[in-house]
Design a protein around this ligand. Sequence first.
Ligand SMILES: [Fe+2]
Ligand SMILES: [Fe+2]
Length: 207
Amino acid sequence: MTIHVHERESSNAHLRLTDVLRGEHEHVARGLGCLARLAEQLRVSAEVHPDAVSALLDFLREYADHFHHHKEEALLFPWMERHGMPADAGPLAMMKQEHEEGRDHLRHLLAAARHLQLDAGVRREFVARAEQYCALLYAHIDKENHILYPMADRMGSSTRELYQAPSVEDEKQEQHWEDVVDHLENEARHWPKPRIVPRPGCCGTCG
Ligand SMILES: [Fe+2]
Ligand SMILES: [Fe+2]
């Protein structure tokens, strides 16, 4: 997604980056709710449609990681570094480390997904990874929403540097991902609700 940074004078049409990112967290949390349901299903049965699993993991890779985490790493974190926050220690180092941990979980989930129907051991590994990934990202989102983004806001994220005007392409992308999440949740309704909900209220499917 191309980010267009503009002057703040027409701020009604512009969005603060931290608010855009908060909105993206809602989509990510809905995807995590689907993954928590998938893990619950795989705990008791190998009966999952491979296309549904692929679509969900593709969303987490393409949207949560490539789209959202990349945007934080390319725009927000460097801006906070330029405004005095250490890059290699403290909150930014922790957030970057958690992005890497999430990527590692995703790599294992994608590799295991090819063998879910055939191997009970792989299913157990997938379930454990999925639950660790959900717990990691729910906590990560919570830290960003309640600690990191408010810090950025106090540092002046409402200055023109971090305002953006959504382009037509941005709006198309947003609608695309909204449609993808709606579809994923529809599929996930065939899977049981998780017994333990990491963050009640994060999404419409797990609570
Ligand atoms: Fe993040
Ligand atoms: Fe985030």
